[in-house]
Design a protein around this ligand. Sequence first.
Ligand SMILES: [Fe+2]
Length: 299
Amino acid sequence: MGMPDSSAQKFAGSLNSAMIDGAQARAAQQYADRFGEPGFTDITNAYIDQQYQGYSAENQETWRNLHDRQMDYLQDQASATYLSGAQNINLVRDHIPYLEGPKSINTYLRQLTGWQSKAVPGYLKPHAFFGCLARREFPTTVVIRPKESIDYLPEPDIFHDVFGHVPLHADPTFADFLQTYGKAALATDDPIHTERLARLFWFTVEFGLIKESGRHKLYGSGLISSPGESRHALTSSEVDRRPFDMERVCSTSFEIDHYQPILYVLESFEQLRDAMNSYANRLLDAAKTGESHGCSTSR
Ligand SMILES: [Fe+2]
């Protein structure tokens, strides 16, 4: 949680926030809000416990309903990398995932790629969000949307963050890409790069498509976790599906409050990782030599 999502901010406040109202969560949020200031340099102070006992029977039912509505469809429409990741972290329908503990997603992830999902109390500013990614840690919303809002994708909840995002963190290539992304984003305070990197995140991590066996498949979390938009992304004649090109992606602006009219299609996750490595190297070299931009800024 932290970057712009497919969420409609107009639904903000619809989550049942009882689980993240305690003193620990308030302290963590205050720390996160000041991350980067002197004395606020350890992002792990923004993490909280999942407090699993806080989920109600209705919350668990909401998870099962969300899972059932989407997983069957994804079997034939999602990237094989997503599907094997979901299996490998033991993402199941019968309960909201445990982040920590013997059968938790983190236990599986640790062995696969070293990534971890860390519970956070709420929205993280970009700098704090990037600080997590640079450590191979994904700031994860633990609350789940209320039953009556099941058809909306409001601000991220645990279904979006874990069902939508985390399976890809089990893939070594995507895992490396996302950490490099975090390091590069953390290294720059140039608003032009920050905006370009936000666009990259949007068109890949959130709304990316990938070509597999000659077909478009879903991998972006905003598509994976949305029954409506996933179908629209694959079938609508109104969607402009473009081949992935780093420069073009970083130059494409996006809007968050309706289905995406433009999507970018990867050839492979290696393509994304390699493009990210090149971008990061240019950015870090530019930072060393004092240039303000590591690459073109054409729009
Ligand atoms: Fe997301």
